[in-house]
Write a protein that binds this ligand. Structure first.
Ligand code: OSB
Ligand code: MG
Length: 373
């Protein structure tokens, strides 16, 4: 496969509701999109790096530089036969997994279109529908939190996750459990606790949570394994899992009982499949995390979630929870039973609204293959 040209662009989109985590508050997103042009087709990719390097070392600006100067030229120079070769093509560049994922995922989108099959099919997906959860940010008050949780429950979501931090855990959980004793509930700390908080975290077992996500350091397995021994509640790792080896280490050390797979965090579809497989072989269920994606990243998350071991509801929610107007058509919708139907049409299964993308674009760059004469 020869790529003719690669476009990278930044768009700005305002969130319907601000999203607050233990590391900050997001009101609008700067999103980096990648377009691959080959044989009259366009493969799209989305970079999930944030505006700031808070969730990981990458930011949209580091990803922009690495894509422009390293990854896009490397892909244009390569003559690959399958998207699974991307990690090798990008192999010289260390880290920068969100930048790599943006480009690699676009090659899967393109490949699926060329073969006339869905991305889900190309990945080896088996699910026709995927179970959906929601991730609810830290709220200004308990009353507001109960309101938001109630809305998500009424919409049919199968699992509610709330963001927490020291000082925003016991009280919100007590309130939610009082009002909604039966719902499937989890929390995500985004590394807000320290191992010295273990006694406190043990008390959260009372809330019958499905899991507690990434309680400790983003680069840790050892202290998570000590903590997991003390908790009845399953630990789920997010930030700590960068690749298949990390997943294997975490499973072997019993640092977690569940894994959150994020395409950007692990560097794209190839590594996400590898993480999925290694967990599947060891009986560890996974689910698909979210990074407040636009419809393009969301469509890729849906395809990934169709793999067999995505047994738990993901943070793959309806477009309307994030955006007044999404950049794909149709928007992603969730049924009253809390599922998304996996598209079976060629490629990502959602059209990109190019006029709207153009309108939202704040910068754009084209990188073309060298024309040999
Ligand atoms: O830790 O899962 C996370 C959003 C930004 C950064 C990190 C996380 C999140 C979410 C949002 O939880 C999930 C979503 O896209 O709805
Ligand atoms: Mg998380």
């Amino acid at each position: 496969m020869k790529i003719d040209a690669i476009n990278i662009r930044e768009i700005q989109m305002q969130l319907v509701h601000p999203f607050e985590t233990s590391f900050g508050r997001t009101t609008h997103r700067r999103i980096l999109l990648v377009e691959l042009r080959a044989e009259g087709l366009i493969g799209w990719g989305e970079c999930t790096a944030g505006e700031h390097p808070y969730f990981s070392e990458e930011s949209i600006d580091t990803a922009w530089t690495v894509l422009l100067n390293e990854l896009a030229p490397a892909l244009l120079a390569a003559d690959y036969s399958h998207p699974g070769q991307c990690p090798h093509i990008f192999g010289k560049v260390r880290g920068n997994r969100m930048a790599k994922a943006a480009l690699e995922n676009a090659t899967w989108d393109l490949q699926a279109q060329m073969e006339g099959i869905s991305i889900s099919h190309l990945l080896g997906g088996v699910r026709k529908t995927i179970p959906c959860g929601v991730s609810i940010g830290i709220q200004p008050s308990i009353a507001k939190l109960l309101d938001v949780v109630g809305g998500a429950v009424a919409d049919g979501y199968q699992r509610i996750k709330i963001k927490c931090k020291a000082g925003w855990d016991v009280e919100p959980l007590e309130a939610i459990r009082h009002r909604f004793p039966e719902i499937t509930l989890s929390i995500d700390a985004n590394s807000a606790y320290r191992f010295r908080d273990a006694d406190h975290l043990v008390t959260l077992d009372d809330f019958q949570l499905l899991m507690i996500e990434q309680p400790l350091w983003a680069d840790d397995f050892y202290f998570h394994s000590l903590l997991q021994k003390r908790l009845e509640t399953a630990i789920c790792l997010d930030e700590s899992i960068r690749n298949r080896r990390d997943a294997l280490a975490a499973i072997e050390m019993e640092s977690c009982r569940i894994i959150n797979v994020k395409l950007g965090r692990v560097g794209g579809f190839s590594e996400a499949i590898a993480v999925h497989n290694v967990a599947h072989e060891r009986g560890i269920p996974v689910w698909c995390g979210g990074m407040l994606e636009s419809g393009i990243g969301r469509s890729h998350n849906i395809a990934l979630s169709s793999l067999e071991n995505f047994k738990l509801p993901g943070d793959v929610s309806a477009s309307s929870r994030y955006w007044h107007e999404d950049i794909i058509e149709p928007e992603v919708t969730v049924s009253p039973k809390g599922v998304i139907t996996v598209p079976q049409t060629p490629g990502r299964g959602f059209e990109v609204r190019t006029d709207l993308v153009e309108k939202l674009t704040t910068r754009k760059e084209e990188i073309r293959a060298l024309q040999l004469v």
